[in-house]
Design a protein around this ligand. Structure first.
Ligand SMILES: Nc1nc2c(c(=O)[nH]1)N[C@H]1C(S)=C(S)[C@@H](COP(=O)(O)OP(=O)(O)OC[C@H]3O[C@@H](n4cnc5c(=O)[nH]c(N)nc54)[C@H](O)[C@@H]3O)O[C@H]1N2
Ligand SMILES: Nc1nc2c(c(=O)[nH]1)N[C@H]1C(S)=C(S)[C@@H](COP(=O)(O)OP(=O)(O)OC[C@H]3O[C@@H](n4cnc5c(=O)[nH]c(N)nc54)[C@H](O)[C@@H]3O)O[C@H]1N2
Ligand code: SF4
Ligand SMILES: [Mo]
Length: 735
């Protein structure tokens, strides 16, 4: 029996890939008596070639966790008190209640929050949006404001929706600002063998890592320290140097760019000294990095979370993209370029499309949706704020916003005020303990998949298809089938057909699920087999016969952005009124949340042994220090406060405080402290192992007050929030 011919649950060695994070590492999974008994790296996966991290093999402990929810559950008592119901009863009641709420209050009464793991379940973000659209609702919340909104704001403004990525295989100088790919395994960039990529770039030239902490990535390459929440000044300083020292690629700018003059003229109003003072990077270092960057023909600047959840996160992302563009390091070999989207139809063009930013806004705080995603930062307010059009029912899939966003306590209050809360998850969590229904989702081993979003972030694109490795446990069901069934019972079109097909085909595809429709999209896409007209072209059938992945080669990747360019003449557009307005805000207000005299800037971190809030119930992943995160603090800041290593301290934000243990380390820049998110398990969640860990919920002390958010995205200040640290007597590490 060949590797890929196994049926789900059949004994043997199944080839698949991990979907915990964006690396999508190839896996070889042994199934015996229908159960997963071993998970190893797939040595032949065309992308990960034998790499796997510690979380991947531990996923079996999630699949078979005795605390996993395997049957539909209805709440029959207080938080966390559930009893088993049938799928039919659950779906009948949910559909009827949604229909009745919609009839009484209109579609806007129904909202959704779709969390991080949905990024690896086909097009879940898109078809949930379609589902809401079919109801007449715009209440679509995701973690984007804590993650990609700033990035997406910039890309959509300058080019059009899509993802720009560095050309790792050909780049000689990589400037990484605010990302830690050796521990996060990359984000908005699919490169499972990132360490080898970065080592090769460093051997050819240089990798510079701008980070307030000497992370694993920073330590391995050239580290440039910076103050949290100040990158807007750092990026402005780099660009200013580029303009002042004539490092602009004039030919490229003349041919492809509009708005560079406007950008140059606002930057002229800032001095390099001011930039250096604000970000803590000396003028000479800003100049050196700008010159080195410009001097390398094949250079790229890449960034992720570190610059995105800042007071000017959106503007910073725009400046970063502008740096790549005005130096001519865009759409060229070895530089930054737009990732391929093989699911778009052949001949696709985005010319003349409108920028969606700000077209939709929250009722409370007037914050914009970015790419159709509203900021979860104000979701609690949107539920609690009185009014005819408030959200009264919420569907939560693959998310735990009570822990992942600020002011979880207010969200808990809001969730309890809803008429209907439905969750699709693997566990009873801090969020869905309040649900009326918890519907059991499949783990990724229990479903077939193709990477839809990730493929657009691959410098070396490849199509990976995986069948399910095992049958769903208990009565677990795929999210797509649950949403399709609710739509059917409510008399609404199939949300997946709505996402992938023109309206005249919806009826015909009322029962088609996403694999069928994604196959159709890929076959009609620029590399597709065109249903036989282009033999050898892509189809899921082809991918099915190549379980280690099908590389997509022989095309000019660097020109992909032209299909996505919104500008009527296909230009890269660096200027608009929103950007001008944000520069005025910077000039008039500066950094609003600067720390006071005795305050420090709190920022976050990720470690290889955990993922956001949800693998903490796996004993092996939370042993020792891994289950007891500490507040990193510089020894100078500690001695100024009479704080010793290992001591319990209070970390006070604007409204609340938490207590945690301090670890002194010179790795964090003086003036800052560092603590990870996703901890503080409690309430009536059924994560008994996770509840024994000693981490606290750091989001308790970060503000979601509207005046503390980036007005262009609604992003909270996850990195750089001013906090006051003081010693606590006593010996418990729990707040
Ligand atoms: N302070 C601070 N806060 C942050 C961040 C930070 O850096 N600092 N990071 C932010 C970022 S980048 C993100 S993406 C968010 C994450 O925010 P969320 O997406 O809200 O939270 P997760 O912890 O990823 O929760 C995922 C949930 O999905 C469940 N789950 C796992 N697999 C599946 C599946 O296949 N199907 C279903 N239906 N459920 C599944 C898990 O049990 C868990 O309950 O957190 C944000 N919050
Ligand atoms: N092991 C593991 N992997 C993960 C996750 C996880 O929880 N655990 N989460 C996944 C998710 S949801 C995401 S979105 C990605 C994120 O992927 P990354 O963005 O690569 O992950 P982070 O470790 O948050 O990296 C952000 C870096 O920015 C730095 N930083 C903080 N503040 C600032 C600042 O003001 N300026 C600058 N220049 N740098 C700053 C931090 O010190 C950190 O090193 O990771 C994914 N991968
Ligand atoms: S890096 Fe780890 S968690 Fe991420 S895809 Fe690979 S094995 Fe899974
Ligand atoms: Mo994320």
């Amino acid at each position: 029996m060949t590797d890929n011919a196994l049926q789900p649950g059949e004994d043997g060695r199944h080839i698949t890939y991990c979907r915990i994070c964006e690396a999508l590492c190839g896996m070889a999974v042994t199934v015996e008596n229908g159960r997963i008994t071993q998970i190893e790296a797939d040595q032949d996966n065309v992308s990960s070639a034998g790499f796997i991290c510690t979380k991947g093999p531990n996923m079996a402990s999630v699949v078979y966790d005795p605390e996993r929810i395997l049957y539909p559950m209805k709440r029959t008592g207080g938080p966390g008190e559930f009893s088993r119901v049938s799928w039919d009863d659950a779906l009948a009641d949910i559909s009827a209640r949604l229909s009745s709420l919609r009839e009484t209050w209109g579609g806007e009464a129904i909202g959704a929050y779709v969390g991080n793991p949905a990024a690896f379940a086909g097009m879940q973000y898109d078809w949930v949006l379609s589902f809401l659209r079919s109801l007449g609702s715009t209440q679509n919340y995701t973690p984007s404001a804590g993650d990609i909104s700033a990035f997406c704001f910039a890309t959509e403004a300058v080019i059009g929706p899509g993802f720009t990525i560095p050309d790792l295989p050909h780049c000689d100088y990589l400037l990484i600002v605010g990302a830690n790919p050796l521990e996060s395994h990359t984000s908005l960039l699919h490169a499972p063998r990132i360490r080898e990529d970065l080592d090769a770039i460093a051997a050819r030239g240089e990798v510079v890592v701008v980070d307030p902490r000497a992370t694993k990535t920073a330590k391995r390459y050239t580290h440039q320290s910076i103050q949290p929440n100040s990158d807007v000044y750092f990026m402005a300083g780099l660009l200013k140097t580029v303009f002042d020292e004539s490092l602009v690629d004039e030919e490229f700018v003349a041919a492809e760019v509009v708005g560079a003059d406007e950008l140059a003229s606002v930057l002229a109003q800032l001095s390099l000294e001011e930039c250096a003072r604000e970000c803590g990077v000396p003028v000479v270092d800003i100049q050196r990095i700008a010159r080195d960057f410009a001097a390398h023909e094949r250079a790229a600047c890449y960034s992720r979370l570190g610059i995105s959840r800042a007071s000017y996160g959106a503007l910073t992302n725009l400046l970063l993209l502008a740096l790549n563009i005005v130096t001519g390091k865009f759409g060229r070999r070895g530089c930054s370029f737009m990732g391929l989207n093989p699911y778009l139809p052949e001949g696709f063009s985005n010319r003349g499309a409108e920028n969606s930013h700000g077209k939709q806004r929250t009722r409370t705080g007037n914050l914009p949706a970015v790419g159709g995603h509203l900021p979860a930062t104000v979701m609690a307010d949107e539920i609690l704020h009185p009014g005819e059009d408030r959200v009264r029912a919420l569907l939560v899939s693959a998310g735990n916003p009570v822990l992942s966003f600020p002011n979880g306590t207010r969200l808990e209050e809001a969730l309890q005020s809803l008429d209907l809360l439905v969750s699709l998850d693997l566990y009873i969590t801090e969020t869905n303990q309040y649900a009326d229904y918890i519907l059991p989702a499949t783990s990724f081993f229990e479903r077939a998949d193709v990477p839809v979003f990730s493929i657009t972030t691959m410098p070396r694109p490849a199509l990976h298809y995986t069948p399910a490795v095992i049958e769903p446990l208990g009565e677990a069901r795929e999210e797509q089938h649950v949403f399709m069934e609710i739509s059917r019972r409510m008399g609404l079109p199939n949300p997946i057909a709505m996402t992938l097909l023109p309206e005249d085909l919806w009826q015909e595809h009322q029962d088609s699920d996403q694999l069928v429709l994604l196959d159709r999209a890929i076959r009609l896409g620029m590399f597709g087999d065109q249903f036989g007209d282009r033999p050898g072209g892509l189809s899921l059938d082809l991918a099915r016969h190549h379980p280690h992945g099908v590389p997509i080669e022989n095309y000019d990747a660097y020109q992909e952005w032209r299909r996505h360019a919104r500008h009527p003449e296909g230009k890269l557009d660096l200027w608009n009124d929103t950007i001008a307005g944000d520069f005025r805000r910077l000039r008039d207000e500066g950094l609003r949340l600067k720390p006071g005299q005795d305050q420090l800037r709190l920022f976050g971190r990720r470690s290889v042994r955990n993922i956001n809030s949800w693998m903490h119930n796996v004993g092996d992943l939370v042993k020792g220090d891994a289950g007891s995160p500490a507040l990193y603090m510089h020894p100078d800041d500690a001695s100024a406060r009479d704080i010793e290593d290992g001591q319990l301290v209070s970390v006070a934000g604007k409204h609340r405080a938490v207590n945690c243990q301090v670890r002194l380390t010179p790795d964090v820049v003086p003036g800052s402290v560092c603590y990870p998110h996703g901890w503080g398990h409690g309430g009536a969640s059924n994560w008994s192992v996770a509840k024994q860990t000693r981490g606290v919920n750091i989001n308790d002390i970060i503000s979601s007050d509207v005046e503390d958010l980036d007005p262009l995205t609604g992003s909270p200040l996850f990195d750089g929030f001013p906090v006051t640290i003081s010693a606590v007597s006593g010996n418990t590490a729990r707040a």
